[in-house]
Design a protein around this ligand. Sequence first.
Ligand code: GAL
Length: 884
Amino acid sequence: MRLKIVLFLIAFVSRSSLAIGFFKPFNVSYDGRALLLDGQRRILISAGIHYPRAAPEMWPDLVAKTKENGVDVVQSYVFWNGHEPVRGQYNFEGQFDIVKFVKLVGLSGLYLHLRIGPYVCAEWNFGGFPVWLRDIPGIKFRTDNGPFKVEMERFVKKIIGLMKQEMLFSWQGGPIILLQIENEYGNIEDSYGKGGKEYVKWAARMALGQDAGVPWVMCRQNDAPENVIDTCNAYYCDGYKPNSKEKPIFWTEDWDGWYASWGGRLPHRPVRDLAFAVARFFERGGSFQNYYMFFGGTNFGRTSGGPFYTTSYDYDAPIDEYGLLRQPRWGHLKNLHEALRLCEPALVSVDVPDYVLLGIKQEAHVYREPVDNKITDSGFLGNGSVCSAFLANMDERHSVSVKFLGQTFHLPPWSVSILPDCKNVAFNTAKVQSQTSLKLLDRLSSRFSTMTNFSFKSTVSWISESWQAFHEPIGVWSPENFTMHGVLEHLNITKDSSDYLWYITRIYISDEDILHWKVTGVRPSLTIDRVRDVVRVFVNGNLAGNATGHWAPVNLHIDLKQGENELAIVSQTMGLQNYGAFLEKDGAGLRGQINLKGLKGGVQNLLNSPWTYQVGLKGEFLKIYDLESQGSVNWSSTLPPDTSTASFTWYKATFSAPDGADPVAIDLGSMGKGQAWVNGKSIGRYWTIVAPKHGCPSHCDYRGAYNERKCLWNCGRPTQRWYHVPRSWLQESSNLLVLFEEIGGNPLGISIMRHATDTICATTSESDYPPLHMWQHPDIVSGDISITEVGPELDIFCDYGQIISSIEFASYGNPQGSCQQFSEGNCHASKSFSVVSEACRGKNRCTISVSNEKFGEDPCPGVVKTLAVEAKCMSASDVNIAYM
Ligand code: GAL
């Protein structure tokens, strides 16, 4: 089914395809309860996907997987520095083809929330600001400053104009239903005093003045002016109150995971807690909720913000960095969304729900209309009456049984039960009924460290003859260098055209200095007050040391010879600051005093010495990573004798793509730090810096409030070892991989691998809820809802293009253990394996009723039975090969 949608989307979306609208034109407004689409209140689930964090060829599949999850809206920021890299020169191509992205969303029947910013934060380089913005005379960002306001308004106008021209607003039949101006300005507003307050009013007025025809939000902005909705961004937003009763409760960023920093551990938010937070939000009157992120993706090139954010922006999202479903996360949320959808008629018909105290830490919220409707055995009295309820247990430790409308309900700790008809539970946030999927790369990561005994199929590894190397010159390499007295700020020179800037000066060492060192035993040292983000110091072409940090001090012993010495310091950015006030003043490079210590004459201040400046790397500016520019330098077929210490070295080799259509990753675990390109496209910065050994719990308890320090994993391993190469960037063979290695690493250890679902597991028991599709969907007008009497089912599926190739375990009875460690208990139906095999083998998906009838016997009367299954997935093409 999804293939059809995807093919349809690919075939129909071109920049000029919009002769007709995606929807019948509709207007969008809001009241104190919800967004109104064509006058009808809606409960909306939204999914954050940032278009430039995926190759455009991935967009149709991402949108299809999002839609399939029961989401209504896609949310994205607009990335100013991607769209206007040079002032007045716009880029709406490739990964920045925002029009194509919005059209894809519309074609799939989803709505769009466009967060224009144009400050976006987002762990994106410079928070989305183009670096040229710093050079506008008199500019101060994000405050009541004329030059800034002119630029901001110009860009907002440009985007709104483009969207109107392409007919993408709802009233034109397009998908855009909501906009955003600024981003979390409330967090830093106080730093700007009166200017901040004025700026908020101006930004709102300016936005509303664009006549975009759909509502605007400002997130984390409790002084948002009238007609702009202030919204919540947090891990939990139940209980959030906007600054006026006329405004609905919106959650623009539900942080379902978190980002990673180089050298840090990886975040993980348990899905049971995430589902709890979402259910609580809708329970307590929320009406729009967005997952930040639903698909996080990749910071290709030098787009990652920082400093020090990783190339992967996976975010532990329901769709992983490579575009595969993360299970059971994706499935559990799908079930939640289905349950919420069943409640929508009741939710939208009530302004304020009834509150029922069920226990000390237990409560219910009931949405019913008309209020005097009564529940009887046969449903509700009165036609068109609706009733949906949420039963919450906020106790972090204990399950409880509560009485609600005459029935007893069992509530696990830290959970919400959703009752679309006020009688039957459709879903409980702590009961995960969807399958777990284990993917090839997961098997190598610490999360599944028990399973490393595994060989990859179609993995490409390297033979040494295929590699070539080129040594990047240390210091000056082009006539475009210049010399000045004094130390200049890094970004003022590079304009961010490269991460790297060389600062080069000469130091004269006299005979007396040498004698002084011999007599006193003193070693000369170089000190710099503060540097960011990374500096490496070379003396006479040899690496003397380095420093890393956010305005970190440098103090290094250096070896100097008699006479002239060349001191070459390369300063490097690792993603420009994306958060905080006064970003225009932030800068990079060397700050404060720069001193040479230990000379005969005492301290030599280098601050006012003549310094030569050289922007960037030779290889970078000659684009030696491009297929066409291979001849521009002399590549050597002899690798350095010890690659592990060979700094500032370029490597290249070619490879064939792994067979099939699975996503592709490059394992750079054997390398040090640098940047990588495939077929001329940058796959980002890489660094094998290792996360601390401690601080990862052995067990992640979903119960209790989450924050980004809870449930960390990947301790003692490189923060990022695998790097995504979109399939669409690859050809069958002769793909060119080029690396720039800063500190040394072994290119022979690099491998190319496929990423695909390999093993799936699920358990369902007789006492579980019936599948959600058994609920008949409510009629939005009459609100009628009903459920067919069926038992629970176990449902498993492989990725698109795969089939279930074998059943590894199946037991209907009381199986023990969990995925990959299942074992039979003392109750086991003898036909378990054959029933499951017959239903599933060779298929992409199968559904099995969890009942005695299905398994032909009751293996242990009086006991609640469970079906546990573990199966292997294989790509359909591999299976054909295997059988040939
Ligand atoms: C929010 C911000 C987002 C993103 C997020 C963390 O405060 O609005 O853009 O930076 O934090 O991932």
